[in-house]
Write a protein that binds this ligand. Structure first.
Ligand code: GLC
Length: 530
């Protein structure tokens, strides 16, 4: 039996550093704040924290525009603060995963400043520069993810540079070996400081068509869709050569023991699984966002699980993500009651779960008045519903003003009910979703069936999804009612009945049930068959 790595049996918790805990009253979270809150992660029982970018940055895209890959932005603290955070996390048995943003730098990064200084600068070809078309327009029809042309004209040198996101985020040319080696060194810099792995930003976009061919027009595009979807990303995403680049990153990560490489990838399953790489030489975990994107219906979820399990390459370790800083919160999508069912699903499926901070409180979308908008995407395509601010609001810790997040003015508003929906209050209520998360995490840690066992889909009938987790003699059945109507389901695999181990309401534990299982509205059960 192969050794099980920590990133296989463990649970990842994502911290968006601006919003977790402020320690100096400027309204923005920071590294000291995270360090002071590590006990929350321990209490929850997770194994690793992934911290979104905290590197020096003009913050055009809140840190996803990096100006220096080997430092800490003063807004978030210092390198010493970072070292202290890692030391404390490690002392508590928590792994630390960083956000590596290799596809693009900030336009204030010294590399870009040099690169744009002249057509003959040695760093010119670190980025993607092209002449205008004869009429002066951009080299091709590529569109930015945040709207508009993906090309920015540099007046002084008369060429355009490519930016998949903001014009303040020029794309590096990863075909250039000098870029590769400079970036590899930044990975080593952080691993030498003890970092346990990386989540790699937009890894599937890192290589673009060498000939810069136009993308085909998307015939299905309509006004309700973001600008980026006007064209199909045939020449800007998922290029075959990207896998060699990823192998290069993996080789660097493998120079160190026991590190993990995770990739951010939004692709259909058959393409997603290619990011494990040939013979598993790619990312350890290509992030699986299907639960975020799918319709919340038992049949849809059943088939996506089956398809995903079937598509995994031999030895490829699965993973599941329920929320992140780019997508509407799960409670906003499916409602408070189903958010509990979703938690049970995430933490009982086969594969590494990633929890987004605040989802353990059932945080929902926070309404952001237009004048308080922060997200650059919202600013570029205003009022169209694309803003990512609602899922980036501050963590809610206690009943004090600003929920203990800051003594200053929070950079984004808190939810209206933060005096009730906060860690302190919910820790006192053992039926809260916070306790449900904690109990699910504890069960997953205690029972190998959940962390490393086999998975078998038993049935999906109507709104109910039933599956089994097994390890050696251990066997558990998970039954999830994904609707707000009570439901009855026959589970032949439970012919002798069973005992409820955990219920989403946290009120039916130890109750005996029969093979004809009755589920309340929005109820999930973990059952130990007799
Ligand atoms: C990733 C990040 C997102 C960012 C984008 C550009 O998708 O998760 O927040 O805006 O990359 O770096």
């Amino acid at each position: 039996m192969p050794r099980i790595a920590w990133w296989q049996s463990g649970i990842v918790y994502q911290v968006y550093p601006r919003s977790f805990q402020d320690s100096n009253g400027d309204g923005v979270g920071d590294l000291i704040g995270i360090r002071n809150r590590l006990d929350h992660l321990k209490w929850l029982g997770v194994d690793a924290l992934w911290i979104s970018p905290f590197f020096p940055s003009p913050m055009a895209d809140f840190g996803y525009d990096v100006q220096d890959y080997c430092g800490v932005d003063p807004l978030f603290g210092t390198l010493d603060d970072f070292d202290a955070l890692v030391a404390k996390a490690h002392g508590k048995g928590l792994k630390v995963i960083l956000d590596f943003v290799p596809n693009h730098t900030s336009d204030q990064h010294p590399w870009l400043v040099e690169s744009r200084s002249s057509r003959h600068n040695p760093k010119r070809d670190w980025y993607i520069w092209r002449d205008p078309k004869p009429d002066g327009s951009p080299p091709n029809n590529w569109v930015s993810h945040f709207g508009g042309s993906a090309w920015q004209l540099d007046e002084a040198t008369g060429q355009y540079y490519y930016h998949a996101f903001l014009k303040e985020q020029p794309d590096l040319d990863w075909r250039n070996p000098e870029v590769q080696s400079a970036m590899h060194d930044t990975l080593r810099f952080w691993m030498n400081r003890g970092v346990d792995g990386f989540r790699v930003d937009v890894i599937w976009l890192m290589i673009k068509d060498r000939e810069l061919r136009d993308n085909p027009i998307n015939p299905a595009w309509h006004e309700g869709m973001p600008d980026i979807q006007r064209v199909l990303p045939v020449h800007t995403a998922d290029q075959p050569e990207v896998h060699e680049v990823i192998r290069g990153l993996r080789r660097v990560v493998d120079e160190y023991d026991d590190r993990v490489l995770i990739g951010e990838i939004y692709l259909p399953v058959d393409r997603l699984v290619t990011y494990y790489g040939e013979d598993l030489t790619g990312t350890h975990l290509p992030f699986n966002f299907q639960l975020i994107l799918a319709q919340w219906k038992a049949d849809v979820v059943a088939s996506l699980i089956t398809e995903y399990e079937a598509a995994l390459p031999p030895g490829g370790w699965p993973n599941w993500v329920l929320g992140n800083h780019d997508q509407p919160r799960i409670a906003a999508r499916v409602g408070a009651a189903q958010a509990r069912v979703a938690a049970m699903l995430l933490l009982t499926l086969r594969g590494t779960p990633t929890i987004y901070y605040g989802d353990e409180l059932g945080l929902s979308s926070v309404a952001i008045p237009p004048e308080a908008a922060q997200d650059p995407w919202e600013k570029n395509e205003p009022g169209r519903g694309f803003s990512r601010d609602p899922e980036r609001t501050p963590m809610q810790w206690d009943e004090t003003e600003n929920a203990g997040f800051t003594t200053g003015r929070p950079w984004l508003p808190l939810s209206d009910d933060h005096t009730a929906q906060n860690v302190d209050r919910m820790r006192e209520d053992e039926t809260s979703i916070l306790w449900l998360y904690r109990r699910l995490v504890a069960l997953r840690r205690e029972k190998a069936s959940f962390s490393i066992g086999d998975f078998r889909l038993l049935t999906q009938s109507g709104d109910v999804l039933v599956f089994q987790r097994l390890y050696r003699d251990e066997r558990f059945i998970v039954a999830l009612n994904m609707s707000s109507r009570a439901a009855t389901v026959a589970i032949p695999e439970m012919e002798n009945g069973g005992a409820i181990r955990l219920s989403t309401s946290l009120s039916r534990e130890a109750e005996h049930v029969s093979a004809t299982l009755v589920l309340d509205a929005d109820e999930g059960l973990v059952i130990e068959p007799a």
